[in-house]
Design a protein around this ligand. Structure first.
Ligand code: G4P
Length: 292
């Protein structure tokens, strides 16, 4: 979490600021899309709607797009299944993955194969044999783009962070003999026009912490938990008898020994602790969005 001045500045600027480097990243991505056949649309399984930028669909234009719900090790398994079913009912096959694990690579490869079958057939008709399918990973910050690339590459060489601007030639990672993955991810700025999406994005760390007050994030999160995971806080922090969000936060501060020098419960620290526990999975498998 950042200092008070930064927080005030960002609050003044409102939720919809758009950093300059993202304009550059978008331009680069539009160029890269021209080079590939399939885009891996990577989202956070805990919030598949909030963690996508609708511009991506438009930017893909006539290219194939494959949706991967990443970090499914942190989301609610039942909700994962509900999302798979939801997308299937729309004729879209999605898979839930943990980008850090190599055993999901075969599933991703299989999905790419399925989605490129038509293209391969068209190629064959034109007499083109064994043309490699080119793929790129794309998504908003922190959904796991670099991790997927690194897992495919089998090393840490694709760590790019979210600050593009370093000029380099395109490099490709071979995924078996017939698929090539671009080693530079396409980075999109998250899009949000309502508080719920903004809060979800804060919780999954796709927008910077200082954009919202941790206690506001906690209040939002507490409402979500009360509805869908009423025992999550009790299971993690112990008996909590009160029910209004601010009292619960005070209880957690006391239970976790977050106390200010004057003996007052440090609710800011407690809020940050709960947010961190959600992010690391210490609160259990929690999904912030589910299909309607
Ligand atoms: P990005 O390129 O889309 O911005 O995301 P990146 O791959 O850098 O991943 C962001 C963070 O999420 C990293 O953690 C990464 O390890 C973690 N991560 C990626 N995929 C998964 C997943 O499927 N499950 C879980 N639990 N975590 C995942 P970090 O703490 O920022 O960095 P690191 O120290 O782990 O490298």
């Amino acid at each position: 979490m950042d200092n008070k001045n930064n927080k005030t500045e960002n609050k003044k600027a409102g939720f919809n600021w758009y950093p300059g480097h993202m304009t550059k990243a978008k331009r680069r991505m539009q160029e890269d899309i021209k080079l590939v056949d399939i885009i891996l649309d990577i989202r956070d399984a805990r919030a598949p709607l909030s963690s996508t930028n609708p511009d991506l669909k438009q930017m893909c234009n006539n290219k194939e797009r494959v949706i991967l719900l990443n970090k499914s090790d942190l989301s609610d398994k039942k909700v994962n299944d509900a999302w798979i079913e939801y997308y299937a009912s729309k004729g879209i096959k999605v898979i839930c993955i943990d980008a850090r694990k190599k055993n999901y690579l075969k599933d991703i490869r299989k999905l790419i194969d399925e989605r490129s079958a038509e293209k391969r057939e068209r190629d064959l008709k034109r007499g083109i044999k064994n043309r490699q399918i080119k793929v790129m990973a794309a998504g908003i910050p922190n959904v796991g783009k670099s991790t997927i690339i690194n897992t495919f590459a089998g090393s840490k060489r694709a760590k790019t962070g979210d600050k593009p601007g370093v000029t380099r030639g395109n490099q490709w990672i071979s995924l078996g003999k017939d698929i090539l993955l671009l080693d530079t991810p396409g980075i999109l700025w998250p899009k949000f026009d309502n508080e719920k999406t903004a809060m979800n994005l804060c919780l999954i760390s796709s927008i910077r912490d200082e954009i919202a007050d941790p206690e506001d994030i906690f209040r939002f999160f507490y409402e979500e938990l009360s509805e869908s995971y009423p025992d999550a806080l009790k299971d993690r922090y112990g008996t909590i008898l009160t029910s209004s969000w601010d009292e619960v936060l005070r209880d957690i501060a006391i239970l976790r020994n977050c106390i200010k020098s004057k003996g007052e419960p440090d609710t800011l620290r407690a809020a940050m602790l709960v947010i961190d526990d959600f992010r690391s999975g210490a609160l259990g498998n929690i999904s912030l969005e589910r299909p309607k």
